[in-house]
Each structure stands twice: as structure tokens, then as C-alpha cells.
Ligand binder design. Structure first.
Ligand SMILES: [Zn+2]
Length: 239
């Protein structure tokens, strides 16, 4: 059985995602500052989505020397959920990793590890979204029915979250499954990567969940998720 990240913290986190926003991150300065930037950028996208993104030739040229993104975002590949736009950010601001259903695998974990270990990104966000087609596929595909080996892989990663929320009323079920899938991805990230787990324990990076609402453009954030106890880095990392 896999390790779980701290259940009570996650339960509270998901309550925040599902309900009110605006609770501040109780984490060290850099991650709090990154979260504040994401919140203010999203507020601008919500109120003035027509505003031009902060992209210009000077910044583009300056970035040729290197990058220092202020947050890493793992989001769904859905065309309606581009992190750079929904957080009103420019070139070099966000390290973005995307896969349908915002699941993790080795390539995604390695990408997030790179951002934390080599680019010193202080905040990692896993962002699910309303009406996620990948979660819908996992809800609607009967166990045992194949969608092909690659989609089966995707659906199998989401299915535990679907099963865990199967008893919820129909009207709430999709949203509950999407939130559970964000939780599962954070769990997979912190249990599947010694590098991320240790960086979290050392306070170098904070991890939060998020939920994006399609029509309003609003992003709801969770409280930070604490890494679970695990293998020391010397024995658990760099497979
Ligand atoms: Zn999606």
C-alpha cells in the first residue's frame, strides 16, 4: 500500500478548494510570495481577461541567459486550462507540465524535480479543473473496457479517485472525483519522488492543490500539503 500524505491536512485542503478561497499559505516566504503572485494574476484574469499578457522583447532577450520561474504548475492538457494565461503570467514566469487529467508519471515527476532541484522553484501547484474530460472518461468507462493501452494507462491512474467518490450524489460526483484526483496526484508526487519529498521537508518548496472553474476563470487553492515521512534522500532518490 502506498504512503498517504497527511490525511487531515489534505481533507482541509480539499475543503478549501471546494468551498471558500483566500486562506493564506502558512509556509516560508518564497512560496507564500509565489502563491500571492498566482492569486493576484488569476484575479486579473478573472476581472480583465482581455488584458495583454506581460510579454515583451526585452524580457524575451533577457531570458536567453537563463530562467528563474516562480512556480511550477502541473495541469491538465485541456485547451481551456493554460496556466500561463489563467495566472496572467509572461515568459519565464511559470514552469509548466501538462498531461490529461493532471496525473504523474516518471517523465512528469522528473520535470517537476528538475524545476525544484535545479531552478529552485519554491512552489509546486497541481491544478485540476471543472468538467475534466480525462476524469469523465474514468467515471464513464466500465472497469475492464479498454480504450487502448495508452488511454487505459491514463484512466487507471484516475480510477482510484473515481472509486473513492462513487457514493457521492450524482450532482457532486464529478467535482468530488476531480478534487480527489488532485489529492491523488499530490500524493503520488510526494511518495514517488524522494527529491520532492525531501525538498518539501527542508522547506525549500511548498505543494498546493488547485481547482480551476471554467466559466468564471477562477482558481481555488488548497492549504499546503505536508510531505509524508519516508526514505532518507540518500537511499530513496536518483533511481
Ligand atoms: Zn482535464
Amino acid at each position: 500500500m502506498r504512503l498517504r500524505v497527511q490525511g487531515t491536512i489534505l481533507a482541509a485542503a480539499l475543503l478549501v478548494i471546494a468551498g471558500s478561497d483566500g486562506r493564506m499559505l502558512a509556509a516560508p516566504g518564497a512560496s507564500s510570495s509565489s502563491l500571492a503572485k498566482l492569486k493576484s494574476g488569476n484575479a486579473r484574469f478573472v476581472s480583465s481577461p482581455q488584458d495583454a499578457l506581460p510579454v515583451d522583447a526585452g524580457r524575451r532577450a533577457a531570458l536567453a541567459k537563463g530562467q528563474t520561474p516562480f512556480a511550477t504548475v502541473l495541469s491538465c492538457a485541456d485547451s481551456r486550462v493554460p496556466p500561463e494565461i489563467v495566472f496572467h503570467t509572461g515568459l519565464g514566469d511559470l514552469f509548466v507540465v501538462r498531461a490529461a487529467g493532471n496525473i504523474t508519471d516518471k517523465a512528469i515527476l522528473a520535470s517537476v524535480e528538475y524545476s525544484v532541484e535545479h531552478l529552485n522553484v519554491p512552489l509546486v501547484v497541481v491544478m485540476g479543473h471543472e468538467s475534466c474530460g480525462a476524469v469523465k472518461a474514468a467515471v464513464e468507462t466500465p472497469a475492464g473496457q479498454s480504450l487502448g493501452p495508452n488511454l487505459d494507462y491514463l484512466v487507471s491512474a484516475i480510477r482510484p479517485s473515481v472509486n473513492a467518490t462513487a457514493s457521492r450524489p450524482e450532482a457532486e460526483r464529478m467535482r468530488a472525483a476531480i478534487l480527489a484526483n488532485v489529492e491523488e496526484t499530490l500524493n503520488d508526487m510526494l511518495t514517488g519522488s524522494a527529491i520532492l519529498r525531501e525538498a518539501g521537508k527542508e522547506g525549500k518548496v511548498a505543494f498546493v492543490g488547485a481547482y480551476y472553474e471554467l466559466a468564471s476563470g477562477k482558481v481555488y487553492f488548497s492549504e499546503p500539503v505536508a510531505p509524508p515521512p519516508g526514505e532518507p534522500r540518500a537511499t530513496g532518490g536518483h533511481q
